[in-house]
Design a protein around this ligand. Structure first.
Ligand SMILES: NC(=O)c1ccc[n+]([C@@H]2O[C@H](COP(=O)([O-])OP(=O)(O)OC[C@H]3O[C@@H](n4cnc5c(N)ncnc54)[C@H](OP(=O)(O)O)[C@@H]3O)[C@@H](O)[C@H]2O)c1
Length: 265
């Protein structure tokens, strides 16, 4: 059986699949006949999406409603997947959020939840499902970071640092698994039109005033990159340039540019 067929017949688990980039990814995987496990907190929304995708594309689709900022829920999710006998061949760690504000004024509980969701859960789910993929002998993981991963982000310090972790962690795993049949990709989108800005309270910052990408476009680029096993996927020329210039410019200079772009009005 060829590799693609095997990936499709098992299950693709997508976190944060109820809206935004995760929802667009779910649609593309379904169109391409991948069986799905969709995870987010909004159960009704997930049920609606599953119904739509099953009817349109005749795939198997399970949903799990859970708040993934709790490690207990991450363990429950893994156990449920195991108990149902579902093998996960593709894992997309997409759920995540940010929050704008000066660090000394923002709410620490929100930031701890952010670290749990953006870092700890990504690490835990990667560990659990990667061990299963090693036993199966193949698989693909895509962790969603951001162009925020390439430099510090004043007014969003914890979010930027969390995405730098995701990029560093995933690139290291990609190297460990070099020459195996398991690929690890990191998706680094730039500003994208989703619910993210509302949650982050950053609708009015300069960064989102300029052109933003459509979630559908980001998902299409991500899907192609994942199947090719690309290590870092950066959708859009502007975002690619930003990622490159972040590496070339002195850290202080690039940090001051980001500060201007994210200054709350
Ligand atoms: N939009 C951007 O500009 C942008 C840029 C770079 C990177 N990203 C990254 O892209 C990823 C997807 O974000 P998006 O832009 O698509 O944002 P979004 O529209 O807000 O979607 C976020 C998804 O994550 C889920 N989620 C949030 N908190 C959760 C929790 N505690 N437990 C389980 N699920 C949770 C949400 O569903 P429920 O609310 O139903 O739980 C939703 O499905 C994130 O990792 C984000 O950091 C976004």
């Amino acid at each position: 059986m060829n590799n693609l067929k095997r990936l499709k017949e098992k299950y693709t688990l997508i976190t944060g699949a109820s809206k935004g980039i995760g929802y667009e990814l779910a649609k593309i995987f379904a169109q391409n006949k991948f069986n799905l496990i969709l995870v987010a907190r909004s159960e009704d929304k997930l049920a609606e999406i599953a119904k739509e995708l099953i009817e349109k594309y005749n795939i198997n689709c399970y949903i799990f409603a859970a708040d993934l900022s709790s490690l207990d829920n991450v363990k429950k999710l893994y156990n449920k997947v195991q108990n149902k006998g579902l093998d996960v061949s593709v894992l997309v760690n997409n759920a995540g959020f940010g929050k704008l504000g000066l660090f000394h004024k923002t709410d620490i509980e929100t930031e701890i939840n952010m670290i749990n969701l953006n870092i700890t859960t990504v690490t835990f789910l990667t560990k659990l499902f990667l061990q299963d993929m090693i036993k199966m002998g193949y698989g693909k993981i895509m962790n969603v970071a951001s162009t925020a991963a390439f430099q510090p982000g004043p007014y969003m310090s914890v979010y930027y640092a969390s995405k730098a972790y995701v990029l560093s962690f995933s690139e290291a795993l990609a190297s460990e698994l070099n020459n195996s049949k398991i690929s690890i990709s990191t998706l680094c989108p730039g500003p994208t039109d989703t619910n993210f800005q509302d949650v982050a309270n950053m609708k009015k910052v300069k960064l989102f005033e300029s052109e933003v990408m459509k979630a559908e476009t980001v998902a299409k680029v991500a899907y192609k990159g994942l199947l090719k096993g690309k290590r870092i996927i950066i959708p859009g020329i502007k975002n690619k340039l930003l990622a490159t210039s972040s590496k070339l410019m002195p850290s202080k200079a690039i940090t001051e540019i980001v500060k201007k772009l994210q200054s709350p009005n």
